[in-house]
Ligand binder design. Structure first.
Ligand code: SF4
Ligand code: SF4
Length: 134
């Protein structure tokens, strides 16, 4: 099973704590999250894509390969792809993805590249990332 992630969803998934755009969105995300964080989840392959992905699938904002707020999402994807050195078409395991976050993500980078995200203000992502990087 290979799942698809757009660049900014690697960090979102690390930081996911059960909140999201709709009940269906949350249900799907919880399933993905549970598989990745279960024993053996580190070997699950993930393909980097430059469009909607496995997490976007039931999102009310999804419009085929695009998102209703595409311009905002482009900014997030670009920033995350640059910091984590992710290239569309690349495949990496979840374990490798977490290592990539450990090696390249910093709190200042997080504050910069997640600035436009409406979830950032709640502090959950910052808290998880701070613990993850310590
Ligand atoms: S602040 Fe937003 S974009 Fe950044 S990791 Fe959290 S949910 Fe994802
Ligand atoms: S808001 Fe857009 S990028 Fe985010 S999960 Fe929904 S469809 Fe995907």
């Amino acid at each position: 099973m290979t799942i698809t992630f757009r660049p900014h969803h690697f960090l979102c998934t690390l930081c996911f704590r059960g909140k999201g755009h709709s009940p269906d969105f949350i249900r799907n995300y919880k399933k993905i999250h549970k598989n990745l964080f279960a024993t053996g989840g580190d070997i699950i392959p993930i393909e980097v894509v430059a469009h909607t992905d496995a997490i976007c699938e039931p999102c009310p904002n999804k419009q085929n390969l695009l998102c209703k707020v595409q311009e905002k999402i482009n900014v997030l994807d670009k920033g995350h792809a640059e910091v984590l050195q992710l290239i569309p078409g690349e495949q990496l395991t979840w374990g490798e993805a977490k290592q990539r976050i450990k090696d390249h993500m910093t709190l200042p980078a997080f504050h910069r590249i997640c600035e436009s995200c409406s979830w950032k203000q709640y502090g959950a992502c910052e808290k998880v990332l701070t613990e993850f990087l310590s």
